[in-house]
Design a protein around this ligand. Sequence first.
Ligand SMILES: [Mg+2]
Length: 324
Amino acid sequence: MRGAKEQAALLAWAAEKLAAEGAPQAAAMRSKADAALAAYNSLLKDAPAGQGAQARVSLAHAQKKLRVCRSVPAAMGAAPSKAGAGALLCDCDGTLVETERDGHRVSFNRAFKEKGYNCEWSVDLYGELLTTGGGKERMTRYFRDYNPGAWPHPEAPAKDHPEIVALHKLKTSLFMDIVRAGELPLREGVRELLTAARSAGWTIAVCSTSNEAAVSAVVQTLLPEFAPTTRIFAGDCVSKKKPDPEIYNLAARELSLDPRKCVVLEDTNIGLRAGQAAGMSVVVTKSIYSKDEDFSGADLLVDSAENVDFSADITAMLPQMARA
Ligand SMILES: [Mg+2]
């Protein structure tokens, strides 16, 4: 397996380079990563059982990195940002779409039912659980603090418990069925705001603590005209979720931007705190579940993106030197 380990290292290296480099290097790095992945898969077939399992874990990590890195547009660099332009970093759930009540909550309940768990999250209860970021963490808290009787396993619920992981995987699949069916509309004003940002030469990215595949499905289904050039930074690519600023720090680093040139679009208190801690301006568009949260300190607080004027509100948030 020594060779396979080297292949995994090569794949991880290629994926990292893919994220760090713009075109034309990105295309070459993508080819290298594909070649490394193919070679590693080939080696895995002949691996002894124990070593194979360990290698598959490494491969899963490498593949996850590669998926995140694939959001780098192949033609990145072909449309460079205009001088003075910034980056609009959008949260996904509650900000682009009202996914929580009608998407995530419904798919959690469908997953519970399919797996035989005797529990259902009401609209009100889900509002309380949303103060915990991340689906696996949310289920862990529910089974531990709200309904221990519904947890049938001898071990304590934990975000890395196999049953929590399995429930989350099923929930993600059910959620994507809902998204791909087009059942979730974009929030009012989002498309217009992103269009204005793109016209002004701004970089657009989505930064979410949700599963990367689910966030990609939202962008590809509801914002297809933006998908090829929109970077996605999803929950699995950072170790600390919001309100930690890690995901926004990562986005600024990857986009080679001064945080002061990044404007965050969020709908929750934890999202606001994450953006602020990263040293960025934050616009809050209140959502169904977040409307009563504390948004003091937000650079702009509105009911929806419909109430945001890109030129007057967003560009004015960049420091004077950055706009020059
Ligand atoms: Mg949100």
